[in-house]
Ligand binder design. Structure first.
Ligand code: HEM
Length: 171
């Protein structure tokens, strides 16, 4: 990342904090209308309650505010990457999210979103996306190489079903 990008992203972080949830709400609306296939992987309840919007807004803000000291985000990156891996998020999905996130920033900031600011955010998003992709690939590889492991989804055959209690069933 260039020094100029780091400076611009850090300087615009407070604006994101102020508009973060409006940006992410707009982002999800646009992304789901243009890429409805993604509706299947996101938890609809977390969308309705706003939990997912808040989680993404907080993550983007934390990234922007610490862009000159990314080491402090290591634990958060690991946690989010594991969450992503549990949904089998793939590298090719990052440009889709990036495109809609950038458009949402441009939409909500209006004239304040200059080309310079948008280009800096584009570069910064690409950097973060590459980091997640690398960490997630490590998780997928580890699962694949473990004894009896696999990558992605896999078919299973249910051989038995036991009603353990009113609430719990074992398969
Ligand atoms: C740099 C880009 C991204 C950031 C900063 C980000 C951030 C986050 C955060 C903070 C969470 C919440 C984690 C938690 O609950 O502990 C999350 C969950 C999730 N993310 Fe991402 N994410 C990014 C890219 C993506 C991409 C490309 C996809 C795939 C389309 C994706 C799909 C998901 C899903 C499905 C969840 C779980 C949502 C749920 O509980 O319904 N994310 N992400």
């Amino acid at each position: 990342m260039s020094e100029q990008t780091i400076q611009i992203v850090k300087a615009t972080a407070p604006v994101l904090a102020e508009h973060g949830e409006t940006i992410t709400r707009h982002f999800y609306q646009q992304m789901f209308s243009q890429n409805p296939e993604l509706l299947n992987i996101f938890n609809a309840t977390n969308q309705k309650t706003g939990r997912q919007q808040a989680a993404l807004a907080n993550a983007v803000y934390a990234y922007a505010a610490n862009i000159d000291n990314l080491g402090v985000l290591t634990a958060a990156v690991q946690r989010i990457a594991h969450k992503h891996a549990s949904f089998n998020i793939l590298p090719e999905q990052y440009p889709i999210v990036g495109k809609h996130l950038l458009e949402a920033v441009a939409h909500v900031l209006g004239d304040a979103a200059t080309d310079e600011i948008l280009n800096a955010w584009k570069e910064a998003y690409g950097f973060l996306a590459a980091l997640f992709i690398e960490v997630e690939e490590g998780i997928y590889r580890e699962s694949e190489l473990a004894e009896g492991g696999w990558r992605g989804t896999r078919e299973f055959r249910v051989v038995n079903k036991v009603q353990e209690s009113e609430l719990i069933t074992s398969f």
